[in-house]
Design a protein around this ligand. Structure first.
Ligand code: PMP
Length: 355
């Protein structure tokens, strides 16, 4: 028998179950489960639009942001087209490209875990129909500075749709969040993807949304499954939007814990990546394989990319303490001995960040 799993830190989920008010709303919706949801999710679309301060025509709702991404690919891709994306990235993207009939074109991340915007642009050619950019990125958590993103988007040809995946945007403390209507108007080929799976803690319910110009959104909505958004999920999202303050405090706690993990892992000798999502990223040549092994032994599930990296979702304080204890063990000790100390007794080195 294997070690029992105590903490699930592998899928960048929220460590918190739905709020009591959200559970109540779900229970009320369950009692009406013999009724269909709306044919098109118009009420939810309007609610999200009002919350994002955009017009309802700018919002496409889907089965998680991954569902909206698939609808977008199906809307714009023709046979023989390509989809350019960083690699690594969220594993679903190459699969979605295949489902929509596009050939994925992976572009390596830069050594410090950032998406290489210049290389992504260089990979765009006349066959490219879609470019995916995640901000923050998965798995490294890197963030693209606002001016670098704007310069990149200006250079992407207009016939190419940019999927700007902001699944983790709530965890990134961006200095100047863009005015959405102005941003979408300036970049009509961009679809911003967001989700209720991460900061809002509703991963099991599968609700995500895309924000774009009405022309683009109209094409994406044509790919939406009728009755495709279930009523219990809709009730949970609406209740979550009403509980925005409480949920933002949960996000603040996750961000505080993320920074604590970064600091303390750094103190143990790990080089911790740029981390703006709800996770921390440890990369080779640090001993990530041994790190994954000691965490498994400690009952902690993480996302391990053998020989390459380790993505650890920020959990509860207790889960994070378990991570720190495990990673302070033999691996870190051995590793510390090999590292040249800097500034007195500290061996803490943080990868350079581009923000
Ligand atoms: N985008 C990124 C970058 C992700 O990491 C994930 C989930 N790991 C998703 C999208 C999927 O989100 P959803 O649950 O909304 O489909």
């Amino acid at each position: 028998m294997g070690v029992p799993v105590l903490h699930r830190l592998a899928l960048n989920e929220s460590p918190y179950p739905p709020l009591p008010s959200v559970r109540r709303a779900m229970r009320r919706a369950v009692a009406q489960a013999h009724r269909y949801p709306q044919f098109h999710p118009d009420d939810l679309t309007e609610r999200i639009a009002a919350w994002c301060r955009v017009c309802p025509g700018s919002v496409a709702v889907g089965s998680g942001s991954v569902g909206v991404a698939l609808q977008a690919l199906q809307a714009v891709v023709e046979p023989g087209d390509t989809m350019v994306h960083a690699w690594r990235t969220f594993d679903a993207y190459p699969l979605l490209a295949g489902m929509a009939g596009a050939r994925p074109v992976p572009v390596p991340l830069s050594p410090d875990g950032h998406q290489d915007l210049g290389a992504l642009l260089a990979a765009v050619d006349h066959r490219t129909r879609v470019v995916v950019v995640c901000n923050p990125h998965n798995p490294t958590g890197s963030l693209i500075a606002a001016d670098a993103l704007r310069a990149f988007l200006r250079r992407v040809p207009r016939h190419v749709t940019v999927l700007l995946d902001e699944a983790y945007v709530e965890f990134a403390r961006a200095a100047d969040p863009p005015d959405l209507p102005a941003f979408l108007g300036a970049h009509p080929n961009v679809l911003v993807l967001r989700t209720f799976s991460k900061a809002y803690g509703l991963a099991a319910l599968r609700v995500g949304y895309g924000l774009g110009t009405p022309d683009l959104v109209e094409r994406i909505r044509r790919q939406q499954l009728p009755f495709g958004i279930n009523a219990v999920a809709t009730a949970a999202v609406e209740a979550s939007l009403r509980a925005g303050g409480e949920l933002r405090r949960r996000v603040d706690t996750v961000v505080t814990e993320r920074e604590r993990l970064r600091q303390e892992l750094g103190g143990l000798g790990w080089r911790v990546g740029p981390g703006h999502a709800n996770s921390v990223w440890l990369a080779a040549p640090d001993p990530v394989d041994e790190g994954a092994a000691v965490l498994t032994e400690a009952g902690v599930l993480t996302r391990h990319y053998p020989g390459e990296g380790l993505r650890i979702t920020v959990g509860t304080r207790k889960a994070n303490d378990t991570v720190l204890t495990a990673l302070a063990g033999p691996v870190a000790r051995r590793f510390r001995q090999a590292r040249v100390p800097v500034s007195g007794c500290s061996v803490h080195t943080v990868l350079p960040s581009r923000e």
